[in-house]
Unconditional design. Structure first.
Ligand code: GA4
Length: 330
């Protein structure tokens, strides 16, 4: 049928049908970090959505705009230049391929492990004179966002009435914290205008393996989250706010009281989307298990494992796999 076949340039990508519910929902939880009731609202949002938006976050605007302009500058370079900063193992550039198991998306990105952030020679060779500017924008941004993530995790512990309020945040503050940072660029895809009833996947559906993820994007739409009933909803972009995802490790630590949120990004036909995501993870040797204070006589739903074991298994999976399944008790 005319208009239904994919133009050659995009035939290798995944598509999803337009769904009405994706445009109608506007009930994403909003947390104002300056308000005294935020700890209860954070717990409620994690229980019901595994996702929320944060305002009055305290991250200086200058850190955000500086890093965004560095990212835009990098992504504007010719592909051959950007590829000199690849592959992303563990830190570097990649175009279209996501992970090592065959996933692809309409996206290019830079990945960094935060404890060896941009130390690589490859970055210096691509950024030349401006590599120091890039490095310092990255460090400023990551430190400020990690601080906010820790504040949120401490409010969460308070809301859950856990005595040691640093029980989650200390894992991100640990020198050995295995956190990751990602800069994504979703280029516009004009061919999509011909395909009215379908959307193309920029980054396929998945949950994040870590404890918590903090996302900030420019004002281009694309992010969708899956609700508990399986419906997808579009998250209206807001460049002045942050979006928080519950990760798989937090799901385990709360013995599934919180559930990690399934999310994806759709490509846009006209506008370029730039997002920056901090994935707060524990040290590799950390045992990931339900906190005894949250168990109240329940038994653990999970087998014992370390973050190293979970991460290794995640990296052997495809994006859309249910990674926690192998660690559930039968
Ligand atoms: C999803 C969350 C982070 O972006 C990430 C991703 C990682 C990668 O891009 O290399 C993974 C994905 C993420 C989970 C499953 C595996 C590994 C791609 C993939 C197919 C950096 C992470 O930590 O896990």
């Amino acid at each position: 049928m005319v208009g239904m076949s994919k133009p050659a340039a995009i035939e290798h990508y995944s598509f999803t049908r337009n769904c009405m519910s994706a445009t109608l929902h506007s009930g994403i939880p909003l947390i104002d970090l300056s308000k005294p009731d935020s700890k209860h609202l954070i717990v409620k949002a994690c229980e019901e959505f595994g996702f929320f938006k944060v305002i009055n976050h305290g991250v200086p605007l200058e850190f955000i705009t500086d890093l965004e302009s560095q990212a835009v500058k990098f992504f504007s370079l010719p592909l051959s230049e950007k590829e000199k900063a690849g592959p992303p193992a563990p830190s570097g550039y990649c175009n279209k391929r996501i992970g090592a198991n065959g996933d692809v998306g309409w996206v290019e990105y830079l990945l960094f492990t935060t404890n060896s952030c941009s130390s690589s020679q490859r970055f210096t060779s691509v950024f030349g004179d401006s590599s120091e500017k890039f490095r310092s924008a990255l460090n400023d941004y990551i430190s400020a966002v990690r601080k906010m993530a820790c504040e949120i995790l401490e409010l969460m512990a308070d809301g859950l009435m856990i005595q040691t309020r640093t029980v989650f945040s200390k894992l991100l503050m640990d020198e050995q914290s295995d956190s990751v940072f990602r800069l994504n660029h979703y280029p516009p895809c004009p061919e999509l205008q011909a395909l009215k009833d379908r959307n193309m996947i920029g980054f396929g559906e998945h949950t994040d393996p870590q404890i918590i993820s903090v996302l900030r994007s420019n004002n281009t739409s694309g992010l969708q989250i899956s609700l508990r009933d399986g419906n997808w909803i579009s998250v209206p972009p807001d460049q002045n706010s942050f979006f928080i995802n519950v990760g798989d490790s937090l799901q385990v630590m709360t013995n599934r009281r919180f559930q990690s949120v399934k999310h994806r990004v759709l490509a846009n036909s006209l506008k370029s989307r730039v997002s920056m995501i901090y994935f707060g993870g524990p040290p590799l040797s950390e045992k990931i298990a339900p906190l005894p204070s949250l168990m109240k006589g329940e038994t653990s739903l999970y087998k014992e494992f370390t973050w190293f074991e979970y991460k290794r298994s995640a990296h052997n999976s495809k994006l859309a796999d249910n990674r926690l399944e192998h660690f559930e008790k039968i």
